[in-house]
Design a protein around this ligand. Structure first.
Ligand code: GDD
Ligand code: MN
Length: 415
């Protein structure tokens, strides 16, 4: 593959003495498969994964694209060393960004290959099945071939009961919500046809871990799917980044796909947290009023305060985890949240009262008041409470998922 750049002298319309003639490389070969490898702190796995992939892909024209989120352990430096030796190995280094799904999306977009694999870089995915996956994709004219742990001889034995249970639960939810018939929709190992990916990329949610599910749930047409089984290996080096926040990300993905972007996902989560607040409110009320015989108003006042406080912390932890408030900002946030919600409660009661007096059925009046206060609380806390310009902390990086800029202006950043 020879690429030549010839610069010949000439006269351009402005009189400058130059012109450029580029000769395109002839006989350019097509890449059979590009493998996108998202990495965060995988320095110990890089050399081995490259060696294993090169062996598995012998006879094919391949490229490997590592997408590293500026891992503190120097993963990017190590990949860079390999990339200098072999131009089929490439590195995308993202600074100040985090997110497995968004890393995969950017990796896939960075290659001209028609078939792109996404695979973990920690040796847990069995690279030896890649040629078969590619063959099925091409031979059967499929859009995606998924490596599955749950059929076709695949397995994840050797993993804790908890991890296996979570995997099963996620699978059930995705079956129910997305009507996805895959045996392993939570898989992070698949080969996708680039043209199909380009059909959906603009509407991807882009947050969290579940890129495959995101792609499948976004497609407007039935996806031609295939599966190849493999044994999910245990990690030897480094650690999994899978934690509670991954479950929260999954919740956001499910909600965003369920509402089709019509309602901001953050609002739906805010409303869910609000429902928990209602339960807290009623429980506290019953304890104080019935058990401790406190006056009704006093009981209700304390119960409301408890519910608002609980809601603030839940929202800070889940709904606004990418803008989480800390220290003094958290205190200021709590005060502003109390204030906003108190006004919301007052508006709720007065609007519902007025509606009732004007002849509207009681449950319509109550519902209208509740919706009004929910929208009010959400808007105000979204605009003020979680917009405080607090200095960025290093530990925030972990939650500051930064995905593609969203096509929907109402969607929170990173979703
Ligand atoms: N660039 C980037 N940014 N890479 C990341 C990030 C991130 O924020 N978080 C994780 N990764 C990389 C890891 O370095 C690893 O190569 C891969 O993504 C998977 O991360 P793990 O932390 O090892 O996840 P896991 O093994 O618990 O779960 C994986 O495998 C499951 C089974 O296929 C994920 O791919 C799951 O989505 C999948 O269900
Ligand atoms: Mn892993």
């Amino acid at each position: 593959m020879v690429s030549t750049l010839m610069i010949t002298k000439g006269r351009n319309p402005l009189g400058a003495v130059w012109s450029q003639h580029m000769e395109l490389p002839s006989g350019n070969r097509e890449i059979d498969i590009a493998v996108v490898l998202p990495t965060f702190n995988e320095s110990e796995n890089v050399a081995e994964v490259i060696a294993r992939l090169s062996a598995a892909l012998t006879g094919l024209d391949w490229e490997m694209i590592f997408v590293d989120d500026d891992s503190p352990d120097g993963t990017a430096r190590i990949v860079s060393g390999f990339a200098q030796e072999d131009r089929r190995i490439r590195l995308i280094q993202r600074i100040g960004r985090r997110g497995l799904s968004s890393a995969c999306i950017e990796g896939i977009l960075a290659t001209p290959a028609t078939c792109v694999a996404v695979m973990d870089a920690d040796l847990q995915h069995d690279e030896r099945i890649l040629p078969r996956m590619l063959q099925n994709l091409r031979g059967e004219g499929l859009d995606i071939v998924v490596a599955t742990r749950n059929s076709d001889g695949g397995s994840m034995s050797g993993f804790s009961e908890g991890r296996q249970f979570l995997s099963r639960l996620g699978r059930r939810i995705s079956r129910f919500v997305f009507r996805c018939e895959l045996t392993d929709p939570m898989s992070g190992f698949f080969v996708v046809r680039r043209s199909f990916f380009l059909e959906v990329v603009r509407e991807l949610h882009g947050g969290g871990f579940k890129i495959l599910l995101d792609i499948l749930a976004t497609s407007r047409r039935p996806v031609r799917l295939g599966e190849v089984g493999y044994h999910f290996r245990n990690r030897i080096y480094g650690e999994s980044k899978l934690d509670v926040s991954v479950a929260v990300e999954y919740l956001f993905l499910v909600l965003s796909k369920l509402t089709g972007g019509a309602i901001p996902t953050r609002f739906v989560v805010f409303a869910l947290v609000g429902t928990i607040g209602l339960i807290v409110n009623l429980s506290c009320l019953s304890v104080l009023f019935i058990k401790f015989h406190l006056g009704f108003s006093a009981s209700q006042a304390w119960a409301t305060l408890a519910a608002m406080t609980g809601n603030f912390f839940l929202n800070n932890q889940i709904t606004y985890r990418d803008r989480r408030l800390h220290g003094i900002y958290m205190l200021l946030g709590l005060l502003s949240f109390w204030l906003a919600c108190s006004f919301g409660a007052w508006a709720n009661v007065s609007v519902a009262g007025n509606l009732l007096r004007s002849g509207v059925p009681w449950w319509v009046a109550g519902f209208a008041g509740t919706v009004l206060s929910a929208v009010w609380n959400y808007s105000i806390s979204n605009l003020f409470t979680w917009q405080m310009p607090q200095p960025q902390r290093a530990s925030d990086d972990a939650v500051a998922e930064n995905a593609l800029p969203s096509a929907k202006p109402t969607a929170p950043p990173g979703w």
